[in-house]
Structure formats: C-alpha cells, structure tokens
Design a protein around this ligand. Structure first.
Ligand code: C2E
Ligand code: CA
Ligand code: CA
Length: 544
C-alpha cells in the first residue's frame, strides 16, 4: 500500500474506532452522574469526620504537651511556649490560659483584646475531662471551636481555638471547591458551624449523607443539589467529546506512524524511553520493611521504585529518578507507582491497619495541590486507608515555595496522611524545614546512623534531633541500619523505628507480601474477638 493510501485508511479507521465510544459513553454517563454525586457526598462526609477528629486529636496532644511542661499561667516563658505550640500545630489559631470558670486570662500574645462569649460547653468524649466549647470571638462571624483542658481543682487550664472552616473538607473529591452544604454538630447537638453555598442547603431535590464520628460523636451532614450534579454532567459531556477527539487523533497518529516512523529515535532519547517504560508498566515497587526496634514488630514499609527492563534487568532509582524529576515525568511515575502498590499490596495492608506504607515525593510534588487530588483519588478507592499512607519529602533538595509547600502539607495531613522529612541531617535547612512544615515524622539519614558511637558530634546532633522531635511530637525513623550494635545504640537513644539491611533490603512485591503474611499473620476469628482490648497503635492518628 502506498504511504498516502495508508494514511487515508488510518484516518478512516481512527474516526470509526473513536466514534463508536461516543454513544456508549453517553449511555454510561447518565448512570455514572447519579452514582458519582452520591459518592461525592458520602466521601466528603467521611473526609470531614476524619479531618475534624484528627484536628481535635492533634490539638489535645499539643495541650497535653504544654500541660506536661507546667504551662499554667501568663508568665512570659509560658507565653513563649504557647507561641511555639501555636506555630507548630497547623489547626490552632490561638492558645490561651483559662481560669477554672472558663474566662480567658491571656492568649499566647498576652491579654485577649476581643470580647468572647461562651455559646456551649460539653465533654469532648464520654468520661473525658477535656471540653469542646463553642465561642463567639469578637466580631468574627460564626463560632470558633475551643478545646479546653481544665487544670486540677481551681488551677488554671489551657485551651486552643480552632476555626470551624478547618473542620470541613474544603475541596471536592474531584479537586475543585466543594459545592455541597455542610453542617457539623457536637455530640450533644450544638451546631458548630455550617458552610457551603446557601442554595445547596435549601432548594429542591438533594443528594444527602450524614455520619457520626466514632470517637467524639460529631455529626456531619452534607447535601448537594441534584441540579448542580447535572450541571457537572455538561462538563463531563464536553470531556467526553474532547476525549473522543483525542482518541481519534491518537489513533490516527498511531496508525499513520505504524510501520514506518518511530522506534529508532525513541531509543536514543532517554526521556522518551522513560515515557515508554511508564506506558509499559516497567516501573515497579520494591518494599523495604520498617521495624519497631522495641517490640521487633513490623511497622510498615517504604516503597522504593525499580525499573524492570523487558530483558529482566533491574535498574536502581539513582539511574532514572533525576531525569524523571527534571523532565516532570516523576508526577506520572509516582502516580503509577501508588496505583501499582494499591493493586498489589492493597489487600495485605487493608486488613492490617497498623501497618504504614511510605512513598517518596519530590520538591515538585509540593509546588501545587495536584498531589492532594491524586492521593485522595488513588487511596480513596483502595483498601489501604489514607491514615496508613506516609509521604516522604527529602531535605536534600530545597523547596522553593515554603508557603505553598506548607499549604500542600496541611492539605495532605487533612486527608489523614502523614508527612515525613527524609534524609534529615544531610540538607542545609533541616531544622527550619521541620519547624515550618509541621511534619509528622523525621527520617535520620544513614550518614548519622553510621557514625553513632564513634563520632561525638554526630551523637549530639542526633540527640538534639530526637529532643526536638519529642517536643514537637514527631516520630523518628533511623535509616540505613546495617549492624545489630547500631540497633542497640538507637534503642538507647530512644529511637523506636528503623529500616536497613540488618533487617531486610528492599524486597520485590511477592517476597515482601510473603514476609508480612509470615511475621504479621492475621488473627483467627477467636483471637480477634478480644481485639478491642488492644492498645491503639502509636502511629495511627485517628480512628477510621
Ligand atoms: P531513600 O529514600 O533515602 O531510600 C533509601 C535508600 O537506601 C534506598 O536506596 C535503599 O535501598 C537504601 N538502603 C536501605 N537500607 C540500607 C542499608 O542498610 N544500607 C545501605 N547502604 N543502603 C540502604 P534505593 O532504593 O537505591 O533508592 C535511592 C533513592 O532513590 C531513595 O533514597 C530515594 O531518594 C530515591 N527513590 C527511590 N524510589 C523513589 C520514588 O518512587 N520516587 C522518588 N521521587 N524517589 C525515589
Ligand atoms: Ca525515602
Ligand atoms: Ca532517606
């Protein structure tokens, strides 16, 4: 066939192949829209519950920390500690010293200058002495939530203010602003706040979901007008059209090129080669176990990517990650890796909620909120809970926009995900990063682990890091642990978790899953009948 004719056949075939999905697409769309709308409301309610609970847990931990340090009056040294705690706890707007009768004696900046009116007060949970209160502060519209930890007897207590908006998931599962109406109420029914467009509350026909949180009994109700879902449908139809045109273009291009254009060039271009490998699913996860060095139990794993070439060779990440990063392909690569982990290890992690799974992200991931939508979409549909996910960001590369990064970190934490700083001690800005980003975990680099017991300076640095981590309630994981003597030293230093060749190298999926089944077997129904008495695992941030 002549090339001209070949192209013509390709165009016709492309159009025909692409055209038939349009009809099917429309049919499928109508059913999908209703389901998607309901799913959106259901998921948003669940996310809001998870968010609100995790905020309360965090804030109570901050107040406990201050109380343990004896902060109970308006002395300057106490105010300084309160300022630091406000800075380090993302959801806290203000910390104050309160008298036994509930009056605000001072905030972290001194005397409170605005009027405060107590709207309601109740125990945060049955049997707890901590109070969840609603407060009208100054001219601010709506209520602020106050978590109050009373002092003993007539002693002063501590309280923290959380703006109501921080309780409600602000973005939709599709990544845009949430168009649903939301109402959050306390265990005893006091309305903490309402948000969302007013028409979503009042008019006509709605998709509705309501849920009560397991730990604090908060009730969240959300509703989404069916009409707004139908409006979205118009967008979807446009998307359908665009997809169809795109499919046609790709098919035409592909068929036209077939036989006489591409392969050779691609082999010479390493970026195109990574793209091809991505399409072919050649990037696969290896899993390095992370061990609790006090109990010897498995705490989870870090995912480390490998490139498995068609001939079976396994290429380490150092050979392709830098190029994937500079070309921007790292975003697709990370997404593909997360999906693969969900498919391969979802069931194993899903029934072991105490196990965490860590992924490596790069500075680029924190430059906008795309990662938030990706993580939500990928793990929202997986048996792996968002509360099991840890995202690592290395300290080696500078993060260029700290404000945006902090926002992305907070949004991810809002999903229930934990953030770790990787390779701590090797970059230039370690301590300030940690303080400003409000991360949950720090990973101490192999370089320091190697020098433990031999180098005085390193010991001091590690001790300082551990101190800091404990004060800020961050976890510490030691990396690159190769000898048992190091394990002993680390344990003496108060470190609880470690990974390294002494326990296991990164393992391919099948080997890792076998290891989990062997050392962390599922309980039989008889054993698990008593499971409710198990203590809560230290890494879990909220009941899910
Ligand atoms: P990392 O995140 O610091 O990962 C730890 C590296 O140390 C891994 O190298 C691991 O195999 C190695 N390692 C673990 N235990 C020991 C030990 O006891 N001794 C020694 N000598 N090495 C140990 P790996 O797998 O070659 O990964 C290298 C780096 O590539 C990672 O360093 C990470 O920065 C990057 N990387 C790996 N996977 C990904 C990924 O999916 N995305 C991104 N952005 N980066 C990745
Ligand atoms: Ca890492
Ligand atoms: Ca590391």
């Amino acid at each position: 066939m002549s090339p001209k004719r070949k192209k013509l056949v390709a165009i016709v075939a492309g159009v025909l192949l692409a055209g038939s999905p349009v009809a099917a697409f429309n049919l499928w769309l109508n059913g999908l829209v209703e389901r998607q709308g309901q799913e959106e409301v259901d998921l948003s309610v669940q996310r809001t519950i998870a968010l609100a609970e995790s905020r309360i847990i965090r804030v109570m931990a901050t107040l406990d920390g201050l109380a343990e340090r004896g902060v109970d009056s308006c002395r300057p040294v106490n105010l300084e500690a309160m300022r630091q705690a406000t800075f380090a706890t993302i959801s806290v707007k203000e910390i104050s010293i309160v008298a036994a009768d509930g009056r605000t004696l001072c905030t972290e900046f001194g005397a409170p200058f605005d009027q405060r009116k107590l709207v309601s007060s109740e125990k945060v949970a049955e049997g707890s002495n901590v109070l969840l209160e609603l407060l009208q502060v100054g001219e601010r519209p709506g209520n602020m939530v106050r978590i109050r930890r009373p002092g003993l007897g007539s002693a002063n207590g501590l309280a923290a203010l959380i703006p109501f908006e921080l309780f409600v998931a602000q973005v939709s599962t599709q990544g845009g602003p949430l168009s649903a109406y939301a109402r959050v109420a306390t265990r005893q029914g006091a309305v903490i706040g309402e948000s969302g467009p007013p028409e979503a509350k009042s008019s006509g026909d709605h998709l509705v979901a309501s849920l009560t949180s397991p730990r604090y009994g908060l009730n969240v109700t959300m509703s989404l007008p069916r009409a707004s879902v139908v409006a979205d449908q118009l967008d979807l139809r446009m998307v359908g059209l665009v997809i169809t045109v795109a499919i046609a273009a790709v098919l035409i291009g592909f068929l036209a090129a077939f036989g006489f254009l591409l392969p050779k060039r691609e082999r010479d271009n390493p970026i195109a080669e990574i793209e091809r490998a991505l399409q072919a699913g050649e990037f696969i996860p290896y899993y390095q176990p992370i061990v609790d060095i006090r109990s010897g139990r498995l705490r989870g794993a870090e995912v480390l990517v490998r490139w498995r070439k068609p001939d079976g060779t396994i290429v380490p990440p150092a050979s392709f990650i830098p190029l994937a990063e500079s070309s921007g392909l790292i975003i697709d690569l990370t997404r593909a890796l997360m999906r693969r982990v969900c498919a391969e290890a979802g069931a194993t992690f899903g029934c072991r909620q105490h196990l965490k799974i860590g992924f490596n992200l790069t500075a680029r991931h924190f430059s906008d909120e795309e990662i938030v939508g990706d993580v939500r979409a990928i793990f929202g549909r997986s048996p792996i809970r968002l509360s099991q996910v840890v995202l690592e960001v290395t300290e080696r590369q500078p993060l260029d926009n700290l404000t945006e990064t902090r926002r992305v970190v907070a949004a991810l934490q809002g999903l229930g995900v934990q953030i770790a700083i990787d390779d701590v001690g090797t970059g230039h800005s370690g301590l300030s990063y940690m303080l400003k980003l409000g991360v949950d975990i720090i990973k101490i680099d192999k370089m320091f682990v190697d020098s433990i017991g031999t180098d005085r300076n390193s010991n001091t640095i590690i001790e300082t890091l551990i101190d800091l981590a404990q004060n800020m309630r961050m976890e510490v994981i030691a990396e690159g642990v190769e000898h048992f003597e190091q394990v002993v030293h680390l344990r003496e230093l108060g470190i609880r978790a470690a990974q390294g060749y002494v326990f296991s190298p990164p393992l391919p999926g099948s080997a890792f899953l076998q290891l989990v089944e062997a050392i962390d077997p599922l309980k039989t129904p008889v054993e698990s009948a008593g499971a409710a008495e198990q203590p809560e695992l230290p890494l879990s941030r909220f009941a899910s």
